[in-house]
Design a protein around this ligand. Structure first.
Ligand code: SF4
Length: 371
């Protein structure tokens, strides 16, 4: 699995907690550094998935993307690639951009940051695109031959009512090209410390919906997914059968991956490493042949806790084969209250969260952690 971080955005959305910088920077220099790191860290291992994340990867020109794609093809074994995702924002997805992307024969999945099909909601969180551009992006993707599109929606936006959220779902269902939308990521808005949104909320300029509204929005989402043939496979992720994200599922299965770019994380099975979160340091470092990074060796306990955290967020839940034998009895005792409350069910393989349990995944994991 290979992840590439593209830390550029047109401007900052008010809720953003990702490492990205707004405005026009020297993207060529960054792409050059990224290609250098790709060469420095190449290995013989077959790549199964590639993920361009950000930031806004679709802010790169076709030439810049082609340079990265060529470097991957020249330095990695891409013969078994199954899924190559590019995160994209609607305003970049013009017919000519998408035709050029399709002509590279590399990206086979688009993850489009729609967030909302309503102009009032988009405006409140300072998104660049309009609702019309969101609809057009999906149409343009279909017209250029992209048949595997994922879209992101956000629940619990400032000022959102349950009916507003329903109009988002209705807008999605009524798209003429909805059949190319194979995957839906629907995240509950989180208020990041230090974000513009946090300040706006603190000053009373905006207000978040009540808890009960969110509960009702989840109900609308589940109903919509059932009617339109989408299965839930993780707390916030839904797909048509067979279209779960292979790359993200790999993270949840704790599969090793290589992350390149400023602020990108890597994991080799026991050690986590993260590159410096500063574009200039990153570019200067790679020019001298070293990428500044920090790393952390995971203990057996850390690895187990991480496994609990991710497993409880997926419908497959905890597989006892992946729990150290010495901890299984203690886990069996600790999950009993959750089984009684209907948040977990026992299976021959382990423990699966129910739909209600998925919403309490983080709380359950915190209780079950080994300290
Ligand atoms: S487009 Fe994404 S990464 Fe960029 S500012 Fe908005 S939320 Fe953050």
């Amino acid at each position: 699995m290979l992840y590439l971080h593209i830390p550029f955005c047109h401007h900052k959305c008010t809720y953003c907690g990702f490492y990205s910088v707004a405005g026009s920077r020297d993207r060529d220099a960054y792409v050059g550094a990224l290609c250098d790191e790709l060469r420095m860290r190449s290995s013989q291992q077959q790549l199964k998935t590639v993920y361009f994340g950000g930031g806004t990867p679709s802010i790169l020109s076709l030439q810049q993307l082609q340079r990265i794609v060529d470097t991957i093809r020249d330095n990695y074994d891409t013969s078994a690639l199954q899924e190559v995702t590019l995160e994209a924002n609607p305003e970049n997805l013009t017919p000519s951009y998408l035709d050029g992307l399709a002509a590279m024969h590399f990206v086979n999945r688009l993850s489009i940051g729609i967030q909302s099909f309503r102009d009032d909601e988009l405006h409140r969180i300072n998104r660049v695109h309009s609702a019309q551009q969101a609809r057009e992006a999906i149409h343009n993707a279909a017209a250029s031959g992209f048949e595997n599109v994922s879209i992101d929606l956000i629940m619990g936006l400032p000022g959102q009512t349950c009916d507003d959220f329903q109009t988002n779902l209705d807008a999605l269902a009524s798209l003429p090209d909805v059949e190319v939308v194979k995957h839906l990521s629907c995240y509950e808005l989180t208020v990041e410390e230090g974000s513009i949104l946090e300040r706006q909320l603190r000053m009373g300029r905006l207000a978040l919906p009540a808890e009960q509204t969110l509960v009702e929005e989840y109900g609308k989402l589940y109903d919509w997914c059932e009617v339109h043939g989408f299965e839930q496979y993780e707390v916030s992720n839904f797909c048509r059968p067979g279209y779960a994200s292979r790359h993200n599922s790999g993270y949840w299965m704790r599969t090793p991956y290589l992350g390149v770019g400023a602020a990108a994380h890597s994991f080799d099975g026991t050690c986590r490493r993260w590159n410096v979160a500063d574009i200039q340091c990153y570019v200067d470092g790679t020019a001298q042949g070293t990428v500044p990074f920090e790393e952390e060796q995971l203990s057996e306990r850390d690895a187990y806790n991480e496994y609990l955290m991710t497993a409880l967020r997926t419908v497959d839940g905890i597989d006892l084969e992946r729990v150290p034998p010495s901890l299984r009895e203690r886990l069996a005792m600790a999950v009993k209250p959750f089984v009684r409350q209907g948040l977990l069910t026992e299976t021959p393989q382990g423990y699966k969260p129910t739909r209600g349990g998925l919403l309490h995944a983080d709380g359950m994991a915190a209780t079950l952690f080994e300290v």
